[in-house]
Ligand binder design. Structure first.
Ligand code: SAH
Length: 237
């Protein structure tokens, strides 16, 4: 290569590296602010969870045109009528399950894969089910490319859970339904916890935390939420 080309190449490369690291630094700062203001100050203080949320690059889980809003205090659309949950709701739900490293966790509603990545960062063994094929495929690829190849993504109706992998220490349902699916109760370990929004589609629902004790569920109301509905038909789109 002649000297002139080599020099131009070097300059372009340096500019690329500078722009890229400036971007990464900006997202790091936004993520720190998100954790401090939206999560810690609202009472979620588990260090392992906060650390996981500081690590997962949320801006890489949203559509490109919404990257600048990735760390805002809101849910965001991810296409196909679905959303990535508000960061605080991800924190609240994860915190309520009191998950620990090595826990086997089932998620219903993979969506972008963000919640699954947070659980994996904590050290959980994650199984996640998504009803819309393209979302399941995209999330699987994204999780692999971001360093979470061990997360198991399945395309299907999460109403039925993931029988072959049961029982689970914890179950997290990130779409709303008007009753708790019996297969999910069956697939929860004795002493295990399940967090699930229960209520009518597209209106105020209640986030419930259930604990399975002697085959009975004890419940705790975690407050009002609005989640997208749990769909009962598997979509190939
Ligand atoms: N946890 C996701 C957000 C979930 S939004 C994240 O971190 O990004 C709810 C998701 O549940 C949507 O992707 C929707 O397609 C999915 N969903 C709806 N009904 C479902 C069902 N029956 N089984 C599995 N997933 C379902």
């Amino acid at each position: 290569m002649n000297k002139k080309y080599l020099f131009t190449f070097l300059i372009v490369w340096i500019i690329f590296v500078l722009v890229f690291s400036a971007d990464a630094e900006q997202y790091d700062q936004e993520r720190q602010l998100m954790v401090e203001k939206q999560i810690k100050q609202r009472g979620v203080v588990d260090p392992q969870l906060l650390d996981a949320m500081l690590k997962v690059p949320r801006h890489l889980f949203v559509p490109e045109n919404l990257v600048s809003l990735a760390y805002n205090d809101t849910p965001l659309p991810i296409g196909y009528g679905q959303t990535i949950s508000q960061p605080y709701i991800v924190a609240l739900m994860t915190d309520s399950l009191k998950v620990e490293e090595g826990f086997k966790v089932l998620e219903i509603g993979t969506g972008s894969g963000y919640q699954a990545a947070v659980l994996a960062e904590i050290g959980c063994q994650v199984f996640t089910v998504e009803v819309i094929k393209i979302l399941a495929d995209t999330a699987q690829e994204r999780l692999k490319s971001l360093g979470y190849p061990e997360i198991n993504v399945r395309w299907g109706d999460g109403y039925f859970g993931w029988k072959e992998e049961a029982p689970f220490d914890s179950i997290i349902v990130t779409c709303a339904i008007d009753h708790v699916p019996p297969p999910l109760i069956e697939q929860l370990k004795e002493g295990g916890k399940m967090v699930i929004p229960v209520g009518p589609p597209y209106s105020l629902q209640t986030l419930w935390l259930f604990t399975k004790e002697k085959d009975q569920l004890t419940s705790e109301n975690l407050g009002g939420v609005i989640f997208v509905p749990l769909l009962r038909e598997v979509r190939e789109e």
